[in-house]
Design a protein around this ligand. Structure first.
Ligand code: SF4
Ligand code: SF4
Length: 190
């Protein structure tokens, strides 16, 4: 269930937690915009990376957690590389995603469905089974024929396999997934 934040103290604590989790200091940003200028996804974002940081500087953490931008971020790290102040913007986006997920503050349900289906596929097979992912995602989001015009040619040309393949180290991947789930459960109890 979605949680809303009480003013001030709770917001400050949450911002500190996001800073700790991302290993970066929000106050270091002097709003030059180099991160946004290099971001390949910023044209589709409701808030550019620079603006997301500004929201946090202004303690508008609800807005930052609800921003569609954090789910569009591809973690390409261009922003982090370009920042003259050493702000790890990509990690910050990642920390915001984790926090939004934890608090049920995901504005688009399809994001949650995709995340769930993708991770289950990786945990099961050791890598993502694309055809299965496509099918399950479409079924769960009620858009049965979405992207079939792309999926079918890919299957025909052997770019995507109709059956899953299990990688050799899938047990190790499974253990990693289990460990991450335990860590997340512990974090929720903090
Ligand atoms: S590049 Fe760095 S200093 Fe400039 S706006 Fe982005 S985060 Fe802030
Ligand atoms: S890591 Fe995210 S915010 Fe940074 S440049 Fe890449 S897509 Fe944009």
């Amino acid at each position: 269930m979605e949680t809303t934040l009480a003013p001030s103290k709770e917001k400050k604590e949450l911002i500190r937690r996001i800073e700790r989790s991302s290993g970066t200091e929000i106050s270091r940003c002097y709003q030059c915009g180099k991160c946004s200028a290099g971001c390949p996804a910023s044209s589709g974002m409701d808030y550019t990376p620079r603006q997301v940081i500004r929201l946090l500087q202004l303690e508008m953490v609800d807005e930052a957690l609800r921003a569609g931008s954090i789910w569009l971020c591809a973690t390409c790290e261009i922003c982090t590389t370009r920042c003259p102040r050493g702000v790890d913007v990509a990690s910050l986006m990642d920390a915001l995603r984790r926090e939004a997920w934890r608090r049920g503050m995901i504005t688009d349900r399809r994001v949650a469905v995709f995340n769930d289906v993708f991770l289950k596929s990786v945990a099961r097979f050791g890598r993502v089974f694309e055809a299965g992912l496509l099918l399950e995602y479409n079924l769960k989001t009620g858009q049965l024929f979405k992207d079939t015009e792309l999926g079918l040619p890919m299957l025909q040309r052997g770019k995507m396999h109709p059956l899953p393949t299990i990688i050799r180290g899938h047990n190790a991947v499974r253990q990693i997934c289990d460990r991450v789930q335990r860590m997340e459960a512990e974090e929720r109890c903090e």
